[in-house]
Design a protein around this ligand. Structure first.
Ligand code: ADP
Ligand code: MG
Length: 318
């Protein structure tokens, strides 16, 4: 099959047609219409085989995940998903693989009303790059820099499940399907992100671990935080590991959670529960911001947990 047949068959009609898409796949550029008063939110992520996913991972899950990571960034700005572009590099045009990848990508696109409007298809070592484009009313985007001392810190869902799934898979241990799907088919918290417009003072998606990602909010906002580890929302499986080993690295510094971490001024605290109801997702208060810079983690026994290494850094050699 030629490159163009392949694009026509598997990538030319992904996601619902949108009235604000003047031109999609097929020309030199896509033409997109940004409604008056809206800002375009743009983010791009690359997933490389052997670095971000296991080479034998299910292609349908990979199609899902490669879009999900971008959707999670849109969620973290409070943006409404609109369009995507996809640069796909693979070693050989294996139709079954491409068709499954396209199916996973299409299902999540449909779920979020997102149209695939262009891309690039090349031969080489397997890697997937997805750019996402979202819309957010001017000035309503939730940045990392708006948090203030006294704000409450929240996190959605549970932390560390994807890290536990990866750890067990790499050890060749059995992983049950729901844990595995936290790693391979994460659900981006898009509705929650939009529900927090006008409420959250700062927000980030947790992709590199809570400690590193909350650290980005603290740095951008010029504040510090006191976090109570006993409050961290953990699934029973992760809680068992933490209790058994006393090691907090799963919920604090394993990657791929794709939950949202956000700050809310104390006076708005009671509004958070209503947002949790609407989003159908637990939102857990884990600590408070302070003027003193730095991240302070308090263990259940009251002691401080000292952390040096936090999160995954591609260019960090130790
Ligand atoms: P160009 O030579 O102008 O870069 P291409 O031959 O790379 O164009 O692509 C032809 C058309 O198909 C373009 O509209 C491009 O956006 C689209 N396209 C190519 N690969 C993909 C893909 N994987 N997914 C979606 N659209 C794609
Ligand atoms: Mg091209």
């Amino acid at each position: 099959m030629s490159e163009f047949d392949l694009i026509r068959r598997y990538f030319a009609d992904i996601g619902p047609p949108r009235s604000d898409t003047a031109l999609g796949v097929g020309d030199d550029c896509a033409l997109l219409e940004i409604p008056l008063g809206q800002t375009l939110a743009v983010s791009i992520d690359t997933l490389v085989s052997g670095v971000h996913f296991l080479p034998d991972c299910d292609p349908e899950c990979l199609g899902h995940k490669s879009l999900a990571v971008g959707l999670s960034d849109l969620a973290a700005m409070g943006a409404q998903p609109a369009w995507s572009t996809l640069a796909l590099t693979f070693p050989a045009a294996e139709e079954a693989w491409i068709s499954a990848f396209s199916r996973g990508f299409a299902r999540l696109s449909d779920a979020h009303g997102m149209r695939l409007v262009g891309g690039d298809t090349t031969r080489g070592p397997l890697s997937v790059t997805v750019q996402v484009h979202g819309l957010v009313p001017a000035d309503a985007a939730i940045r990392r820099s708006g948090a203030r001392p006294g704000d409450r810190v929240y996190v959605s869902g549970t932390l560390g499940d994807a890290g536990l799934a990866l750890r067990r898979m790499l050890a060749g241990e059995g992983v049950d399907a729901s844990l595995r799907s936290r790693l391979e088919c994460p659900e981006p918290r898009v509705r929650l992100g939009q529900g927090l417009r006008g409420l959250a003072s700062a927000m980030i998606d947790v992709s590199d671990g809570l400690a590193a990602d909350l650290g980005h909010i603290l740095e951008a906002s010029g504040v510090g935080a006191e976090i109570e580890l006993a409050r961290l929302p953990l699934s029973p499986l992760v809680a068992e590991v933490v209790q058994g080993t006393g090691d907090w690295s799963l919920p604090l510094s394993s990657g791929d959670d794709y939950e949202l971490c956000f700050c809310v001024p104390q006076r708005h605290e009671e509004r958070v529960e209503a947002v949790a109801q609407t989003a159908g997702l637990p939102l857990t208060l884990i600590g408070t911001l302070s003027a003193a810079p730095g991240l302070r983690l308090r263990l259940p026994n009251g002691d401080r947990l000292e952390t040096e290494r936090t999160g995954y850094d591609h260019f960090c050699s130790d």
